[in-house]
Design a protein around this ligand. Structure first.
Ligand SMILES: [Ca+2]
Ligand SMILES: [Ca+2]
Length: 272
């Protein structure tokens, strides 16, 4: 009987695991209706997107490393974010004046090579799937964007403000993509990440993150108007079908089998 009970318990545990592994994904859009400028999405003016808190912060390599700087001021430090109404969000790094027509860019009228990035922080791990752009000067050359999914070490390197972009994404999944024109002042980029992360860097094309075939550097500048992301969830509320291996159903089955086994043993004793 103990064997039967043990088998039932193992069956229940195994089936519960099978149910958890069949995760569904939900897609969400964040179009900056509300914005919390912070590295920590749970602090400040918390913005909730279907149960996920999101915040944004600006970053650029516009400070000099103590040792080993290339002469292009390679150290990544925080930068200001600025909304350009009707177009999207941009970064104003420490080189740029307040009244400029701001963009997320790798261009500089002063000849510096610096890359603006926006960090998206999420309260739980998500997969970034699309980036929307409110403006991009495609007449100035092909427009590309770089993206990285940061882990804890990358986040610490970023917020420590003593690292280069190469240091920050050393352990991260990263890639670069072309922008696709979809309408007047509207561009989008579809990403192909399958992993989840709480921290996503999105910024001006930097080949350290990955190269785009036929891409062009130091001519990328745009405003970011929104992102799409997916979040894994255990149960799909839109799915009305009854799970075959529901743990509750299995628990009842196990209990029935256990009672049946108990009765059978009693009968066996009486017939001896
Ligand atoms: Ca720089
Ligand atoms: Ca380009």
């Amino acid at each position: 009987m103990f064997r039967i009970l043990l088998s039932c318990l193992l069956l229940c545990a195994g089936s519960a695991w099978a149910t958890d592994s069949s995760l569904a994904e939900h897609s969400y859009s964040y179009d900056f209706d509300e914005v919390n400028v912070n590295v920590d999405p749970t602090i400040g003016n918390v913005v909730n997107v279907n149960g996920v808190s999101v915040s944004i912060s600006g970053w650029a390599d516009s400070a000099q490393l103590v040792h080993g700087d290339s002469g292009q001021f390679d150290r990544v430090i925080s930068a200001n974010l600025q909304e350009v109404p009707g177009y999207g969000w941009a970064v104003r790094n420490s080189y740029e004046d307040e009244n400029w027509h701001q963009t997320v860019d790798n261009t500089s009228s002063k000849g510096w090579q610096d890359y603006d990035f926006i960090l998206f922080s999420f309260s739980s791990a998500v997969t970034l799937t699309n980036i929307d752009f409110g403006w991009a000067p495609t007449q100035e050359g092909s427009q590309e964007v770089s993206v990285a999914a940061l882990g804890t070490s990358g986040l610490n390197a970023l917020t420590g403000q003593q690292s280069t972009w190469s240091n920050i994404i050393a352990d991260a999944l990263s890639s670069s993509y072309s922008l696709t024109h979809i309408g007047n002042n509207q561009h989008t980029t579809e990403l192909n990440f399958t992993e989840t992360a709480r921290y996503w860097l999105v910024g001006a094309y930097n080949t350290v993150f990955g190269s785009v075939t036929g891409g062009s550097t130091f001519n990328d500048r745009y405003k970011i108007s929104g992102i799409n992301f997916t979040k894994p969830s255990v149960l799909d509320p839109d799915d009305n079908s009854t799970p075959v291996n529901a743990p509750g159903t299995l628990a009842i089955m196990c209990l029935s089998l256990f009672i049946f086994a108990l009765k059978r043993k009693k009968v066996s004793r009486l017939t001896v």
